[in-house]
Design a protein around this ligand. Structure first.
Ligand code: BGC
Length: 458
């Protein structure tokens, strides 16, 4: 078996991370504009005001997409660019910008894959309480149906929310992301509930607003465990015993006292199994208050799970974390390189939830720079991709329905609270000139796509 012939090979971006033009052509402010403009939040005091200037340079980026042979592009719509105060009056120039992207992609034969919410909540809604306020969910549903109706027949694949675990855990829990709040667990759980009501409500509203059938999912992130044999081991020492695999499955979905927001469990249990997991203390009270109609909204059927996967946790046959040996391979952000989490993540998520999967993000930050010869030689990213794609293929070969892979990211961009120090792109951006240079990994990925992943056969 191999990757299916219509396998989606793409790369991704998010509005705030690439667009810039934060206050142009009628765009409203978002929580990330406000957060980055207030000192002390972002490394080096950087902001997304200009970012990779994709608002003006998107044509260049789409040309690169074509050159690399991607058959799909994941990008997000900035809610406040389209609805400057979050609801009501539409900013036609904002919609026109996304029309430009979608129409050009379609002309190039590239499938648009649209994220509705990649963290840039309209500031006007935050001023009414943001996700603490249930009315934000109503506004999101209005926004989602506007988009579905506007792009009817042109955009058929959507992600409602990107990583609720991150934007709620980091934005409303630890406060290191916008809007920088540090809420109590009970308050945070209310925010989660409002986001998931928005997700379910939006799916129903979008299907109603669109004459053509839509494929809608969300992008999830969180702890993924994989089994290793013995103590600190090299990465290829996987243990094939069933009990070790069961233990890593259990550890993947088990609550984590100190870091319970970074979990696939609450997001996917609630939206697919229709109930918040009782094992999380913070959800027990909420479960007692849920009405039948809320439960129905939560589990509005979706078509796929988007999995954002970067690294995982090795566990032993009892499910206990195994320490990584000194000098374990790491990315520029010091995230461990653990390709096994790709295979086990897909396998465990399919086992528990039974929905098709799409890798909606995977990649690494490197200390990329322009070499003397003018190229950007990112051998470590190529090695990372080769290893993770091998594990993706392993899952596909076993018949796990994985329908696509999006590299994160297309171009270098604004990496949230880390500013511009971290480079995740297949395409280098020189921020002083906004010149783009395709990195070695971009050309390498182009060849992988050309062979539908076959270069990784064994
Ligand atoms: C986010 C991206 C981010 C990437 C790397 C994901 O959590 O969806 O926006 O750039 O990880 O940190």
């Amino acid at each position: 078996m191999t990757f299916q012939s219509d396998f989606l090979w793409g790369a991704g971006s998010a509005a705030y991370q690439v667009e810039g033009a934060w206050n142009e052509d009628g765009k409203g402010a978002s929580i990330w504009d406000a957060f980055s403009h207030s000192p002390g939040h972002i490394r080096n005091g950087e902001t997304g005001d200009t970012a990779a200037d994709a608002y003006h340079l998107f044509e260049a980026d789409l040309t690169i997409i074509k050159e690399l042979g991607l058959n799909t592009y994941r990008f997000s719509i900035s809610w406040p660019r389209v609805l400057p105060t979050g609801r009501g009056l539409v900013n036609e120039k904002g919609l026109a910008y996304y029309d430009g992207i979608v129409n050009r992609l379609l002309a190039l034969g590239v499938t648009p894959f649209v994220t509705l919410y990649h963290w840039d909540l309209p500031l006007a809604l935050e001023e009414e309480g943001g996700w603490e306020n249930r009315k934000t969910a109503e506004a999101f549903i209005e926004y989602a149906s506007l988009i579905a109706q506007h792009f009817d027949g042109r955009v058929k694949r959507y992600i409602t929310f990107n990583e609720p675990q991150c934007f709620l855990g980091l934005g409303y829990g630890s406060g290191i992301h916008a809007p920088g709040k540090k809420l109590s667990e009970q308050e945070l759980v209310q925010c989660i509930h409002h986001v998931l009501l928005a997700h379910g409500g939006a799916i129903a509203a979008m299907r109603a607003a669109s004459a053509s059938p839509l494929e809608i999912g969300l992008a999830s992130t969180g702890k993924l465990c994989y089994p290793v044999l013995g103590g600190a081991t090299a990465r290829n020492l996987e243990y094939d015993g069933r009990s070790a695999q069961q233990a890593s499955y259990d550890a993947t979905f088990a609550p984590e006292e100190n870091d319970w927001t970074f979990s696939h469990t609450w997001l996917l249990d609630a939206t697919i199994l229709g109930r918040y997991p009782e094992s999380f203390a913070a959800f027990r009270l909420l479960n007692d208050t849920l009405t039948e109609s809320e439960l129905r909204i939560l589990r509005e059927p979706m078509d796929f799970i988007g999995l954002n996967v970067y690294n995982g946790i090795p566990v032993d046959a009892k499910g206990n974390k195994v320490n990584k040996p000194p000098g374990f391979p790491r990315t520029a952000l010091k995230w461990p390189v653990t390709p096994e989490c790709m295979y086990y993540g897909l396998r465990f998520l399919y086992q528990r939830y039974g929905l098709p999967l799409i890798i909606t993000e995977n990649g690494q930050s490197c200390n990329d720079r322009i070499f003397l010869d003018g190229g950007v030689h990112d051998a470590d990213r190529i090695d990372f991709l080769a290893r993770y794609l091998q594990q993706l293929r392993r899952a596909a070969d076993e018949g796990i329905p994985v329908n696509g892979y999006f590299h994160w990211s297309l171009t270098d961009n604004f990496e949230w609270n880390c500013g511009y120090d971290e480079r995740f792109g297949l395409v280098y951006v020189d921020y002083a000139t906004q010149i783009r240079i395709i990195k070695d990994s971009g050309y390498w990925y182009r060849d992988i796509i050309k062979n539908n992943g076959n270069a990784h056969n064994g």
